[in-house]
Design a protein around this ligand. Structure first.
Ligand SMILES: [Zn+2]
Length: 216
C-alpha cells in the first residue's frame, strides 16, 4: 500500500467490522496499558534475531506473521520465535497480494503456509500481505476459522523514503493502549527497525505499558 496512513482511520475499521483492527475495548476494561507489536514477513535470520533480542530485554511478547516460504528456509530462527513464547500468524506462503490474486489460489497459498506453521498457529491468525484482501477472500478465510488481523498503527519501516525518525514518530504520535502496531522482521526494514524498536520498547515500558502477543 503506497497511500497507507500511519493511523488506520476509524471509517475504514467501520467498513470492515469483521477484521481485527485493535484491542481498544479489551484495553478499556483492563486497568493495565497494553500494546500489541506485530512483525511481518519473517522469519529472516538477521532481522528476526535482532527483534527477538530486543523484545527479550523488556520481557515483551509479540506476534509474528510469517511467510511460509521463510519458515521453510529458516527453521532454526522460526523455532527460536516459538521457544521464546511469541504468537505466530499466517502471512501466505509467497507474500501474495489478495487484490491481484484469484481467490482459489490465494486460499491455497495460505493453506500451504499453514502446513509449516499449523501446530503453532493455534488461534488461526492471518494478516494479508500489503493489507490487501478481497471481501470474498476474507469471508472464506473466516469460514475456515481464521481471524483476520489488520492494524491500528503502521510505522512504514519498510519504506526507503521514510526516515528512521519519521518511523518512530508514526508510532509515538498514534499509539494508544490496545493498539496493534505493524513492524517487519525483514532485511528491507532492518535499518529502521534497529532504530525504532529499542526506542519504542523503552518509551512505552517507562510509561507503564506491557507488550503482549495477540490472544483471541
Ligand atoms: Zn508482508
Amino acid at each position: 500500500m503506497t497511500m497507507i496512513p500511519a493511523k488506520m482511520p476509524k471509517l475504514v475499521k467501520k467498513i470492515f467490522p469483521n477484521y481485527v483492527w485493535d484491542f481498544f475495548s479489551e484495553a478499556r476494561t483492563s486497568s493495565e496499558k497494553i500494546l500489541y507489536l506485530t512483525f511481518d514477513d519473517g522469519p529472516v535470520p538477521e532481522a528476526t534475531e535482532f527483534v527477538l533480542n530486543e523484545l527479550k530485554k523488556y520481557n515483551a511478547k509479540a506476534t509474528f506473521f510469517c511467510i511460509g516460504d521463510n519458515v521453510q528456509k529458516h527453521a532454526t530462527i522460526f523455532n527460536k520465535v516459538i521457544e521464546e513464547g511469541h504468537a505466530i500468524g499466517n502471512h501466505t506462503q509467497h507474500h501474495l497480494e489478495g487484490w491481484k490474486t484469484d481467490t482459489k489460489d490465494y486460499i491455497q497459498n495460505i493453506l500451504e503456509a499453514e502446513t509449516f506453521i499449523k501446530e503453532h498457529n493455534t488461534q488461526k491468525l492471518f494478516r494479508p500481505p500489503y493489507g490487501r484482501i478481497k471481501k470474498i477472500q476474507g469471508k472464506q478465510l473466516r469460514t475456515l476459522g481464521y481471524h483476520i488481523i489488520m492494524w491500528d498503527v503502521v510505522a512504514k519501516d519498510w519504506r526507503k523514503d521514510v526516515s528512521e525518525e519519521d518511523c518512530l514518530k508514526n508510532i509515538l504520535n498514534h499509539t494508544v493502549s490496545g493498539s496493534i502496531i505493524v513492524l517487519h522482521d525483514s532485511l528491507k526494514a532492518l535499518k529502521n527497525v534497529k532504530y525504532v524498536l529499542p526506542k519504542v520498547l523503552e518509551y512505552y515500558s517507562n510509561a507503564g505499558f506491557r507488550f503482549e502477543k495477540i490472544a483471541i
